[in-house]
Design a protein around this ligand. Structure first.
Ligand code: IPE
Ligand code: IPE
Ligand code: MG
Length: 236
């Protein structure tokens, strides 16, 4: 690989282990989420420093709605607070925020914060920060299939015109290149409904480090592992 290929263009992270981190320290789960926000800040810095162009963070899955209401509310509140607190710094750092996931199940307050941060950071050119919030890959693919089927049924698109490209263009990630590198913290080795289509040739990295402990040093260590991978894409 050439030097530029040693740095992934797009890194996607499944930020997991906040609750277990807190439990191990005798703290409330919420404190794990709170420290997790510091990890987000650190990883944005490390991504920019390394010249990564896209950083996707799995912040809330569709399945996470099934957690106790107190935890869901606390996560929504933390999201709103963080958006307000971090936006000026994100703008300063040239970070553009893009949301992927459903938008129709949030409270008005959460929705307005989502729109606000996308609007306020739209001019950022250094790093695109993709936040997966109420995201489910199967739901994303199902929605894409429906929209394509509708176009075919109405005669707007011919059956023969359905291709990998048209499918990719119907996903939330239409304007975003596929992830090169997927990191999951906390020792779990699964995708949990994250970027199933987009991950087809991504390199995977599973670390036992809990998300609240995943700071710049851990990020750089993961990048070192990526640099040593050989990506063959089925060829020799
Ligand atoms: C990740 O940490 C944060 C979210 C899924 C929102 P968890 O809350 O899943 O923490 P663990 O996995 O229970 O330790
Ligand atoms: C995956 O973590 C979702 C996010 C990081 C937002 P979970 O903790 O929800 O996943 P499972 O339940 O361990 O698969
Ligand atoms: Mg978890």
């Amino acid at each position: 690989m050439g030097n530029t290929e040693r740095i992934p263009t797009h890194i996607a992270i499944i930020m997991d282990g906040n609750g277990r981190w807190a439990k191990a320290l005798g703290k409330e789960r919420y404190e794990g989420h709170l420290e997790g926000v510091n990890s987000v800040r650190e990883c944005i810095k490390a991504a920019r420093r390394n010249g990564v162009k896209y950083l996707t963070l799995y912040a809330f899955s569709t399945e996470n709605w099934g957690r106790p209401i107190e935890e869901v509310n606390a996560l929504m509140e933390l999201f709103c607070k963080s958006v307000i607190a971090e936006t000026p710094e994100l703008i300063k750092q040239g970070v553009k925020v893009v949301m992927i996931g459903r938008r129709d199940r949030f409270s008005e307050r959460v929705c307005s914060h989502l729109q606000q941060i996308e609007h306020d950071t739209a001019a950022g050119e250094d790093l695109t920060l993709v936040l997966a919030f109420d995201y489910s890959s199967r739901d994303e693919i199902t929605t894409a299939v429906k929209s394509i089927a509708q176009k075919v049924a109405s005669g707007q698109m011919a059956l023969e015109d359905i291709s990998e490209h048209t499918i990719a263009q119907s996903l939330y990630t239409a304007s975003i290149p596929d992830p090169d590198f997927i990191i999951r913290t906390s020792g779990e080795c699964r995708l949990s409904n994250f970027l199933l289509w987009q991950a087809s040739y991504a390199e995977m990295y599973f670390t036992p480090v809990m998300w609240p402990d995943f700071k710049q040093e851990q990020f750089d260590k993961a990048l070192e592992a990526y640099a040593s991978r050989e990506r063959r894409y089925g060829k020799l």
